[in-house]
Design a protein around this ligand. Structure first.
Ligand SMILES: Cc1ncc(COP(=O)(O)O)c(C=O)c1O
Length: 391
């Protein structure tokens, strides 16, 4: 290995910032075997437990039998199959938009959509806590990126007033912030975008399937479904499958299909994944989906209230993502290791994912967690937190 790489890896280790992957045996249930040890899974985005749901698995198997395993090409060459069109039509119906476009992942969507919509001479206003894939999309776009303080609408207004352009203005925000579990104030963002003639894009990776009366996401919950110009969402989290989408007007979707490089220059998603996504949306729309959302809400309230009462700072969480503030990187990773020894897998989050000094256990709830398991986990976390002086 080159000396430079080895030294950098060593530096990461001494700063407590070195990462390694933990391997899960079997499927992604609420209890898993991780690195050979059974544990309650408290750090998965499989919020509704659909990633190992038999209906999704059956749909994927049927799709493989009928359509094979691969799509063979990118969408604009020969990689558009019936299932791509069916999923896009279903997603547009789900989001109440004229059209939708499927991307290969959320990362591919954000790094493709933003540079397609904004370029040199344009302005992108981006929340400081937006996901890394949005930041990378902004950097790739060569537009001027104006980062505004997290959810600070007065500051955003000042920045919109201060920055003039003859080009486009795009405001982009996470719907649910992935490391904090709070939500963007979409009503106020929609009012600002109208006032300043901007486009509004919402990345609802963590709201899709979960929030709102029918699981349409944070825009449904906040009553602004028709105010969002580009609804971006992912299919690999609550929907238990893989991929992502942009749901928007027919014109914007057509434009993205012609301009988004991550869409154009990549082999399209395979049939099994598309069929699983279609089955997931049907499930989200069924009484079973509504019951799963209710269970997730109950589990979230129980867990957040228990740990809040124990003295943890849950960092303004309003959703199934419940961070527990720890502070320093090494202490956070020690906390994770101690929990795993006791059969609870809750991942520590460190820089560069979050700012230095704000390391946390990012706990995520699932509809399929049992009440007793959660009660035991909350007690264990509080006990170790007290021993380590975190609370
Ligand atoms: C807010 C947000 N946007 C986008 C992504 C990327 O989605 P994907 O995992 O499908 O690439 C993630 C997480 O992975 C996310 O949390």
């Amino acid at each position: 290995m080159s000396k430079g790489f080895a030294e950098e890896l060593e530096a990461l280790k001494t700063q407590g910032l070195h990462r390694r992957m933990r391997c899960i045996a079997g499927s992604q249930g609420s209890r898993v075997v991780v690195d050979g040890k059974e544990a309650l899974l408290l750090c998965s985005n499989n919020y509704l437990g659909l990633a190992d749901h038999p209906r999704l698995a059956e749909a994927a198997i049927r799709a493989v039998e009928r359509y094979g395993t691969g799509s063979g090409a990118s969408r604009l060459v020969s990689g558009t199959m019936e299932l791509h069109e069916a999923l896009e039509e279903r997603l547009a119906r789900f989001k109440g938009t004229e059209a939708a476009l499927v991307f290969n992942s959320g990362y591919a969507a954000n790094s493709g959509i933003i540079p397609a919509l904004a370029g040199k001479g344009d302005l992108v206003f981006s929340d400081r806590l937006n996901h890394a894939s949005i930041v990378d999309g902004c950097l790739l776009s060569r537009a001027t990126m104006v980062r505004y303080p997290h959810n600070d609408m007065a500051a955003l207004r000042r920045l919109l007033e201060r920055h003039e352009t003859a080009g486009r203005r795009l405001i982009v925000t996470d719907g649910v912030f992935s490391m904090d579990g709070d939500m963007a104030p979409l009503r106020e963002l929609a009012a600002l975008k109208r006032e300043f003639g901007a486009l509004l894009m919402v990345d609802d990776a963590h709201g899709t399937g979960v929030l709102g009366a029918t699981g349409r996401g944070s825009a449904e919950l906040q009553g602004v479904m028709t105010e969002i110009d580009i609804h971006m969402g992912t299919l690999g989290k609550a929907l238990g499958s893989f991929g992502a989408y942009a749901a928007a007007s027919g014109e914007i979707v057509d434009y993205l299909a012609n301009r988004a490089r991550s869409f154009i220059f990549s082999t399209s998603l395979p049939p099994a994944v598309l069929a699983a996504s279609l089955a997931a949306i049907d499930l989200i729309d069924s009484p079973e989906g509504a019951a799963l959302r209710q269970r997730l809400k109950r589990n979230t309230a129980f867990f957040r209230d228990s740990l809040g009462a124990a003295g943890f700072d849950t960092m303004g969480s309003e959703t199934q993502i419940v961070p527990l503030f720890v502070g320093r990187a090494e202490q956070t990773m020690t906390f994770t290791s101690r929990l795993l020894e006791e059969g609870v897998f809750a991942q520590g989050i460190r820089p560069p994912t979050v700012p230095a000094g704000t390391c946390r256990l990012r706990c995520t709830l699932m509809a399929t967690h049992g009440e007793e398991d959660l009660a035991r986990a909350a007690e264990l976390i509080a006990g170790i937190g007290r021993e380590m002086g975190v609370i």
